[in-house]
Structures are given as C-alpha cells and as structure tokens.
Design a protein. Sequence first.
Lengths: 265, 337
Amino acid sequence: MNERQPILEAQGLVKRYGQVTALDGADFELYPDEIVAIIGDNGAGKSTLIKALSGALQPDDGEIRLDGERVHFRTPLDARRAGIETVYQDLAVAPALDIAANIFLGREKRRGGPLGGVLRMIDKRAMRREATRHFDELKIAVRSIGQPVETLSGGQRQGVAVARASAWARRLAIMDEPTAALGVKETAQVLDLIRRVRERGLPVILISHDMPHVFELADRILIMRLGKRVAVVTPQTHTMPEAVAIMTGATKAELEQAMTKDEPT
Amino acid sequence: MTTTDPTPLEQSEARPGPIQVMRRIVATPAVGPFIALVLTMAFFSFKSDRFLQGQNLSLVLQQVMVVGVLAIGQTLVILTAGIDLSVGTVMAFGQIVMTKLAVANGVDPLLALLLGILACVGFGFLNGALVTGVRLPAFIVTLGTLNIAFALTHIVSNDLTFAPLPSVLGYFGRTFTISHTDITYGVVLMLVLFAVTWFALNQTAWGRHVYAVGDNPEAARLTGIKTNRVLLSVYTVAGLTYGIAAMLLVARTGIGDPNAGQTTENLDSITAVVLGGTSLFGGRGTVIGTLIGAVIVGVFRNGLTLIGVEVIYQYLVTGILVILAVSVDQLVHRRRL
C-alpha cells in the first residue's frame, strides 16, 4: 500500500452520452512528485476522464478528491482556481502577443498605487521579470521574453504553454497530448521540459498516444479500456507490447496479471 | 527551448535578407503607414505649393477629425477580428437625435448631446449583443444595423435638416490659434481620444484581452478571459466613439442633416484602420497606425482637390488604397501561417 495521500483522486467516475457510456466507473490517483500517463485506444475514455478532472465536464456519478477533499468542478475555471492547470495539444497561445503577455494572459498584474488602482495600468516590467524567472527555472532559452510568440518555433510555443501552466499550477498540471502538433526534435524538447516541471515538485498528468514517450517519461501508466481503468503499470514492470496488449484487450491473462500490480511501488 | 543546444534557434533567426528586412519593416506597427504618409505628403507638396502651408494642414486635420474618431471605434472592432459597417449611419442617427432634440424639441443642448451619444452607444451595444449572444458574424449584424440606423435617421428627422443650432453644439468646431495656425477644438479632442485608446489598449488588461480575443479566441477563453464580455465592451465603446464623432460632425457642419455620414464615412473609417496597419484578421494593429491611416485618407482627399482632380477620382483612389493595404495585410498574414 502507498501511505501517501494522493493529490488528486477519482473513484467510480461515470459519464454517459445518451446510449454511449464514455466513463464506466473509472478510478484515478495522482501522487505527489510523479508523472502519471493515461493511455488507451480511441474511445477508451481517456479524454472524458481528463475533462472530468479538469472541470470541462461534470461526471454523472463518482467523486473527485483534491488533497483528500471532495471537489466539484463545474468549469475549467473552477479547476484552475483549485490549482490545476491544463496544457492543450493545439498550442493554446495568442501568437501576436509576446511571451510575457501570454504567460500572464487573463491574470495580468496591475501596478501599485493610483496608476494601477485608478488607471488600471498593468505592470509590464514585473510580468516580464517573473516570466523570465519561470523561463530560467525551466531552462527554456528564448531571445527575448518580449518577442511575439509567433516568432517562436512550435516547440518553443508549447514551451510557453507549459511554462504558463507550471507558473500558475499550485497542485498539478494536466498535459493533454502536448506534443501531438510537434516534430521529433521539438517533441524531445517538450518532454525534457515536462520532466523539469516534475522535478520542481509539480505532479503531472500526461495524456499521450506515443508509447515510447510515455514509457520514457511516466512513473506510472494508467491504462484505460471501455471507460474503465483496466490496469496501472510502470515502465519497470511492463514492456511496451504488454501495455498495448492490455490497452487493446488482447490477452485476458496479461490483463489479470496486470491488475495485481495496481499499486505503485 | 534547449539549453544544451541553443544554436538551432539562433541559426533560424540569422541571415535576414533584404526581403526579410522589408517584410519586417512592413510588419512593424505604424512604421509602414508612417512611410506611406511621408511619401504621400512629399508627393502633394511637390505638386502644390499650398499643400504644406499651416492653414492647409490644419484644414486636413479638421476634415479628418470625424473619420478619425469613427476609426477609433472601427479599430477596436477590427482588432477583435470583427468589422463594423454601421459606423456612418449610426453616427448620422446620433447626429439627428442631437440636433432634432435641441432644435425642434427645445431640449437643453447639453442633454440633447448626451442623448444623441447615448443613442449611438445603444447601437454599439446592440451590435455587440447580436455578435456575442446570437453568435452572428459581425459583417451581417452591422449590415443590418446599418440599414436600421439609416431608416431611423430618415424616419426620426422626417427628412428635414435642423438649424440653426444652439452654440453649445458648435463648441468643438471652434478654433484657437497657435503661431498663425488655426487649431480646431475637435481636432484636439480627437487626439485626446486616440491617446486614451492607446493607453487602454497598451497599458491595461482590457487592452490585452481585446488583442487576445482577436488573435486566438479559443486560447483567450481557455486562459479564463470572458471573451463575450470583452466583445460586448468593444462594440459598446465603439458606439460611444460614433456618438462623439456625431458631435464633432454637428460642430463642423453646423446643421443636423439626415443625409450626412452615409457616403464616404463608412469606407473611410475602414480604410483608415487598414492603411494604419491593423489586420482584418484581428489581433494585430495599433490605434496610432489608425491615426496615421486617417490622416493619409485626409491628405489624399485634400491633395487631390488641391491639384484639381475631380471628386469622383477620390473614390477611385480610396478604393485602390484599401485593396493595396489589405493585400499587404494578407501577404504578411500568410507568411505567419
């Protein structure tokens, strides 16, 4: 048994869309300082699970606990207020705005005194300084924190999104296919970055189609099938073909064997 | 992104050929428009001795003040990737409300002014509500309100003009003199409004959100920006600028005219914004560029008149200018995709 309390925990999540059951009693745990990957075939329920955890949809049944306390996220904003940040695959940045503006978008810092209070002036210098600090901590190299995001490569743009998430996430970050839109080299850079985010003490939930990346990065791998969590494996206990077998339901024996290794070691 | 191997980034930034340099200059806000303005003024000062005289330049600014203020609202709307076709007729309606109330109904002129401006704010709010609430394209919404405002202008005015106006309504048409050059109070008001809008767009969170909503609405929404609220505020503030433009128009012409504001103002406001380097795709542009764009439009109209070109050719030139400016925007935009 793991004695630590999970940061985020879900039990028996159910989500139905008419006749279709997208989540059929799914469970989930995320412990401090770990990267948990969620894998599963298309329609296995991983994106529904993620949406439930990030507040993008409300489950019909089941419960979600954050640091042991029951939470009900009605919107992604609720989840964000609770300290959960999400990085999306499709580079959700404003390309014409500069890096610092993107990091602080929707959460701009205002200046002190009457300039901020009356004129509602934003403190660009402080925001740049803080954005630079985040970039330095994550070792993201850019020419200038004031350059428009559109002048960056795809990997760097996703770096902006990851830096934003790690800057604001107090509890955990969800990375939803963060490398799906990227080339090989840029993908490697973003994976490095996700590792550094975890090293700074922020647990990460990673959703990815890419098995090698998942096995390279994840501490634990949660396998979804038909709306349920069918197994939790680790890169040490299982090989990639075994994980794929469980994912596709190829061998019953393998599946049962995997279920016994449900707990992290 | 990498620290181990930062060279690829720097390599991709290096070797800016002459074409890249040109493109970068064109893409830099307000630099391109400024060069265009200087070239245009050089051309007309070469063609006409009177062009560069203080009184003539003052006249250009006076002719620009109405379109300039309209173009402020138009800039805000276009920054959100919308467009407002109702500017001219909404201003005309506001102008009729002001003058009719003050002249025919004996309402206190200040109150009449306020109500006229409020009528324009109401139209702006309506545009915004339809764009956000019913999720209609701005083009269609404002084409509708263009016609509604046009009809209301003629219905309310009964096709009459209103004059003479109480002196309060003419305030912003008055001038003061600095070194033998007359400067209209309305021009000063226009410049102040440009400054205020520049401040709001560049120094407040609201301004950032306006850019973000036009740039990538989905990203803006995901970061928690209430995009509909931003859009509604933009259209409403735009309505306010049309109301102020109506006030300036009345001050300049001295009458309430149901046929005013319905010919060149619409296209001129869009022309000013586009010439000023604001992208019709939203998210990029500056209000300073719009000021330069509005002056370019004014310089062309004034200069062509000075050198004796018939009025109809001014339309021709304006049309060509818009298409040129939009083509540049399209080229710059395509490069970014």
